[in-house]
Ligand binder design. Sequence first.
Ligand SMILES: C[S@@+](CC[C@H](N)C(=O)[O-])C[C@H]1O[C@@H](n2cnc3c(N)ncnc32)[C@H](O)[C@@H]1O
Length: 343
Amino acid sequence: MSATADWYERAAGELAATSRLQVAWARQVAADPELVALIDRLPRQHRQPSLLFSVASWLGAPAVAGPAWRDWVLGNWPAIERAARTRRTQTNEVGRCVPLLLALDRIVDSTPGPIALLELGASAGLCLQVDRYSYRFDDAPVLGDGLPLLATATSGAGRAPARMPEIVWRRGADLAPLDIADPDDVSWLEALLPPDRPDRRARLAAAIATVRDSGPGAGAARVVEGDAVAALPALAAAARVEAPGATLVVAALGTLVYLSRERRHAVVDAAIRLGAHLVTFEGAGVLPEVAERLRGMSAPHPVPFVLAVDGEPLACAGPHGDQVSWLSACSAAGQPELPGGAA
Ligand SMILES: C[S@@+](CC[C@H](N)C(=O)[O-])C[C@H]1O[C@@H](n2cnc3c(N)ncnc32)[C@H](O)[C@@H]1O
């Protein structure tokens, strides 16, 4: 099996919790040498299954698996190839505001006061607006009043937030920021979501409407074009000047995986040097220092993404922020460990 076919075969397993349709497409590609040969014409990082599926959907591929999708992809390959060479996976998933809120709550516990929030890989900046949406943890009263309502089931020993953080400054950096005022960017944000996940599409639409309607409010969000590592010092310096006294929080949500190992370290080092708190919500193996601390911890319902504050793992959750499961020391007998020893 070629490396690309193998990649798509593995993706079929990983996408199982995300989209049945994408699983079917991934299996279909893996078994189709003609499709694999076309995909192999792309630079390696642009062969990513979710990127290919999003580009095809964006250009009008039918939302079905089987011969109709294959024929469409073959018939429209030149347009797909052009778009796949320039686009990148930029899903802006407001569900990740759930772990972000948990982390901000923990930070405010130790450092009360307003927050300057700086997100690396912010896409369209929707997660910078974490305090504008509403949340319900298990049966607790709803927190906040904006849509979408992010309802989350939790497990394990942890405390869900009962207050919104006060965010007085918010900036993001992204290699290719998306703009919710630009219809073309919004259609790309929609295409990044699987067509068979109307729930996620509704969540995106609600978040965009809330951000559009709420105006700048306390600290307008802006996402600047730039590399995460390169942009961090200047943005942190701007936060210090524009929001003096606020606690600087650098967040990376589903983003560090796109950086090399050395550059992930550079983000961690820079956050320490700048005296900022670092919130990461990434796959369990993305930051070795987090993976190391995960040894000896367990969660009642292990799920593959890990929320950490300053390298300290707090909880695991699904990749889009669902099913929060608090982590604790393994001494809690009988609890399963994280998958793969969380290495
Ligand atoms: C999967 S998206 C996640 C977006 C957002 N953090 C969220 O959780 O909704 C990853 C984002 O990281 C950006 N990105 C990838 N590499 C980057 C880099 N070196 N510097 C800045 N942004 C980067 C991509 O353009 C993309 O918008």
